[in-house]
Design a protein. Structure first.
Length: 477
């Protein structure tokens, strides 16, 4: 026990020393997070406080409540101050699910000024698009980028909008129209993440009842108190709550009488949702890839370690983007599948970049992801946090740990060790590559490189004004 305790203490000290070294190495070098889910990062502590009851949850809950009281729950600037971000941090690309985002039916011409700083209002204006309801936090986060800018660079937060495989069953014509509108926003620099997933459908489950078929994920949650893929809990079931309100005795009594039948209905509804998602995800991915090509926007692709998903996505990319040598920019994000798949995609798409995240630091993935990292050329990778998912190994004590953009320093350290180069070389290459990948407006001025392409022209049929976050016409640089 003493040896184990001492080993853990030594590991913690090494991790702390490594983190200090990472921060020192990154102090003078620009850093950019190529892919994260910033809205989920900003509410990660609050979510932990809701789902847990330990001391960490109590601390997180108090901090989240204080931020909400001050109207700072969606302030990335405040988050960076609390997490002591380096002055070298230049920003991130945050992804949003277009099936969750809500907009007004009509597009106005509202200015970007005089916005509320919180996402709790009824509506939010962003470059002529009006976000409505409780799902307008994305607009608040992006709107605050008007004043929250990195020195000599631009907005701290850029956006990517897409429909992941997990939401494919919820996609419809309205979702596609909304995605097309969102991708025409000036701050949108990519389409995605686009994904495929072919899990095994559980056999032997009875067919869902007619009134439980064709439910969206939100409708499944409203009906049974749990989202598809999550665990069923009778205490959260609206049917159980109604039974108790009508004079029922206890939750345990309801579970004994109706729990088995209700659980079977929930599983059937989830299986129906999974089947529809499986059928819809290919067409949803094809639409997004075609949209990225039409708008000239980079494409973010995420795949699980499934051979079928890798092969099918490769087929769609070749079919929609073009044959070998296609120059459309692609980010292969969060990849931890077969190394030979990455090699084939790098050869076929000369502007494809591979994103390295906290997965690179996990011991179970070091062989496969490490092989990919070793083989990828220095001009073909970027750093991504994927926050709040997949925090680097050794960050925090495990309780409430989550990934966020500043932690790309850990990925840089691991990648430097794998490739046997200095961290300075990793940061320099990653920043140069991310500028080229997303064609950021100030790329030439920041990198000093003449080979960084200018941002692509958006489609002429866009109904949204070609304006930057100040409301002025976009500049030529």
């Amino acid at each position: 026990k003493d040896r184990s305790r001492q080993a853990k203490q030594n590991a913690a000290e090494d991790a702390s020393a490594g983190a200090d070294g990472n921060e020192a190495a990154a102090a003078a070098l620009p850093m950019f997070d190529a892919c994260c889910h910033l809205q989920a990062v900003l509410c990660a502590e609050e979510q932990y406080s809701i789902t847990h009851s330990d001391k960490t949850a109590i601390t997180f809950g108090k901090r989240a409540g204080a931020r909400r009281d001050q109207g700072l729950e969606w302030s990335f600037r405040y988050f960076r101050e609390q997490q002591s971000y380096s002055s070298a941090f230049r920003g991130c690309v945050s992804a949003w699910d277009a099936t969750v985002v809500r907009l007004e039916a009509d597009f106005g011409s509202a200015s970007c000024r005089d916005r509320a700083g919180s996402g709790s209002g009824d509506s939010e204006e962003l470059d002529g698009v009006t976000a409505v309801g409780e799902d307008n936090a994305w607009a608040s986060i992006l709107a605050q980028g008007e004043e929250d800018r990195a020195p000599d660079f631009g907005p701290m937060v850029h956006a990517a909008f897409g429909i992941p495989a997990a939401s494919a069953a919820d996609a419809n014509e309205q979702s596609f129209e909304r995605l097309s509108a969102l991708c025409r926003l000036p701050l949108c620099v990519a389409v995605g993440p686009v994904s495929l997933s072919f899990p095994d459908i559980v056999a032997g489950i009875i067919e869902a009842k007619e009134h439980h078929r064709d439910l969206s994920a939100a409708e499944v949650a409203l009906t049974f108190g749990a989202l598809p893929g999550s665990a069923y809990d009778a205490k959260c079931d609206p049917a159980c709550s109604a039974w108790l309100a009508a004079g029922g005795s206890t939750v345990e009594d309801w579970t004994m009488k109706k729990g088995d039948r209700r659980l079977s209905e929930f599983k059937s509804a989830c299986a129906d949702y999974a089947r529809r998602r499986l059928e819809a995800q290919v067409s949803v991915a094809e639409f997004q890839i075609a949209l990225a090509k039409e708008l000239g926007l980079p494409l973010i692709v995420q795949l699980p370690p499934q051979t079928d998903a890798e092969r099918k996505m490769a087929e769609i990319l070749v079919d929609k983007l073009g044959g070998e040598g296609c120059e459309h920019p692609v980010l292969l994000s969060a990849f931890h599948g077969r190394p030979k798949c990455v090699g084939a995609l790098l050869k076929h798409f000369p502007n494809l970049m591979v994103g390295f995240s906290g997965l690179l630091t996990h011991s179970k993935l070091k062989d496969s992801v490490g092989e990919i990292a070793f083989d990828v050329p220095m001009d073909r990778f970027v750093l991504e946090s994927l926050g709040p998912r997949f925090p680097p190994a050794g960050v925090g004590d495990g309780r409430g740990s989550f990934s966020h953009p500043a932690l790309i320093t850990h990925m840089a350290a691991e990648l430097a060790a794998v490739k046997r180069v200095s961290q300075d070389e990793i940061f320099e290459a990653a920043f140069r590559n991310v500028l080229r990948l997303f064609r950021l407006p100030r790329a030439r001025a920041c990198s000093g490189a003449s080979d960084v392409p200018e941002p692509s022209e958006r489609s002429s049929d866009s109904e949204l004004p070609a304006a930057d976050m100040t409301g002025q016409p976009a500049s030529s640089d």
